[in-house]
Write a protein that binds this ligand. Structure first.
Ligand code: ADP
Length: 440
């Protein structure tokens, strides 16, 4: 991260500097260009003045200037004098662009390779009062030529700029990454950590996550404590009764009822461990993937009703299935477990001669499962809580009927896994209706 950020900043810095340098070179070059042209105009006006003062123009042949070439051309194009080349060897100059230009406009300029000197040359020509043409020219320097003279300074400047860019990049990288590194060191105490504005969304996400983790940890701890408590009661009872029998303190006629208590408590432990295993499987299952297929929920409900009909009969409760065949995408054993738990509760928390109705109906492209009973009902203030693990409205009734306090927690979990909507409708003393709406 540090390396990447650093190289990005350095790259950005150096490219900015390079672009700026390029712009400066362009400006310097065009300034130099302008200066050259000004110089030519100035030289031309001085020479033209000289020529007006005297008829002798031979001095032109003797001008020695490495940069500037002066040529005097007669109105018919014959070269009369030249400061750089022997004028007698020069051809007629009437066709030169700047000469033609000057003949039309009074003055003329051009830039081209000189036929004589073979260099890129600026020309400035002006028509004198007597019709002759005075031309001054100078070699045009290329960008490299202009910069060439400054090369040692440029090299020093480039090295200095790169070194400065590296140090500045290091400093910027550090200042950007410092808050992130500091945050990393304070992750355990992120709640109280004050950070830069830019990092707030990140910090808030961490805070949110640690809150969730803590809630989950708390839930786990509570669950473990509850499990230990739930295990302890039947185990203590089993140990106590077994001890009475073992020590001979139990009378002959007590042994059978004591054994019955031991069996019932052992059965509770079996139920409890089964439910705990189921819940932890469900907790893991959400990550592992569960096998879903198209199932007839009516047929599955039928199986549950059949297998619970004896329990219902024992409690003088009637249990019936209504509705029609409906297919939903579900996991078979989980769906069976869900319906079984709901029906089992509806029987266990029912009244003498009560009834349980299981209804399967299609609604708005979905399928509704309702389990309605005419039982004891649930006080409104508990209706949300009954889906919590180990929550029971009446502990003794739950235990007496073989409840573990986990049945509805399992139901809620299974509904969630199926993306189904769960709702409860209950009136204390009159009965309860639990509805689950499945997608097809
Ligand atoms: P339990 O094993 O105790 O039945 P559940 O998780 O299945 O555990 O249910 C939690 C509590 O919700 C029960 O102890 C009971 O008090 C209440 N409850 C559940 N179903 C019904 C129902 N059909 N009628 C009345 N109360 C119910």
């Amino acid at each position: 991260m540090t390396k990447k950020t650093f190289s990005k900043i350095l790259l950005f810095g150096i490219s900015t500097i390079a672009i700026t340098a390029l712009l400066i070179v362009t400006v310097v070059y065009s300034y130099y260009d302008g200066q050259t042209q000004n110089k030519l105009t100035a030289v031309a006006s001085i020479i033209s003045y000289e020529l007006e003062q005297s008829d002798d123009y031979s001095f032109i042949n003797n001008v020695i200037d490495e940069d500037t070439r002066i040529t005097l051309i007669d109105s018919d194009g014959t070269v009369l004098a030249d400061s750089s080349v022997d004028f007698s060897t020069l051809d007629n100059h009437l066709d030169r662009e700047e000469v033609q230009d000057a003949l039309t406009n009074g003055i003329g300029t051009s830039m081209r390779k000189s036929a004589t000197l073979q260099e890129n040359t600026y020309y400035y020509a002006m028509v004198l009062d007597d019709g002759r043409i005075l031309r001054v020219s100078t070699m045009a320097k290329s960008v490299a030529g202009v910069l060439g003279g400054m090369s040692p300074y440029i090299i020093i400047a480039v090295i200095a700029v790169v070194i400065i860019a590296v140090f500045v990049s290091i400093a910027i990288t550090k200042s950007i990454l410092k808050p992130v590194e500091e945050l990393g060191e304070h992750l355990d105490d992120v709640e109280n950590y004050k950070t830069e504005e830019e990092l707030k969304p990140f910090v808030n996400a961490i805070k949110e996550q640690s809150k969730k983790r803590r809630a989950l940890d708390k839930q786990k701890k509570e669950f473990t404590a509850n499990v230990s408590h739930e295990l302890k009661t039947p185990l203590t009872s089993i140990a106590g009764y077994a001890e009475l029998i073992e020590s001979g303190m139990a009378k002959e006629e007590d042994i059978k009822p004591f054994a019955s208590v031991i069996r019932k408590q052992a059965l509770r432990l079996v139920n409890l461990s089964e439910d705990i295993i189921k819940l932890s499987e469900l907790d893991e299952g959400t990550d592992r993937g569960i096998d879903f297929r198209s199932l007839d929920i009516y047929a599955i409900a039928q199986n549950c009703v059949n297998s619970l009909s004896i329990n219902a009969k024992n409690k003088n409760v009637s249990i019936t299935l209504e509705g029609e065949q409906c297919f939903i995408r579900a996991n078979e054993s989980l769906l069976e477990e869900l319906i079984y738990n709901l029906c089992d509760n509806a029987i266990r928390y029912n009244k003498e001669n009560g009834s349980v109705r299981v209804i399967i109906t299609p609604v708005d492209g979905k399928v509704k499962l309702s389990v309605c009973d005419t039982g004891i009902g649930i006080d409104e203030k508990y209706q949300e809580r009954i889906f919590e693990r180990f929550f029971r409205v009446d502990k003794s009734r739950s235990k007496a009927t073989g409840g573990t306090g986990l049945g509805l927690a399992i139901v809620k979990h299974i509904a969630q896994i199926h993306g189904a909507e769960l709702s409860i409708n209950s009136v204390l003393g009159e009965g309860t209706e639990i509805n689950i709406i499945f997608d097809r």
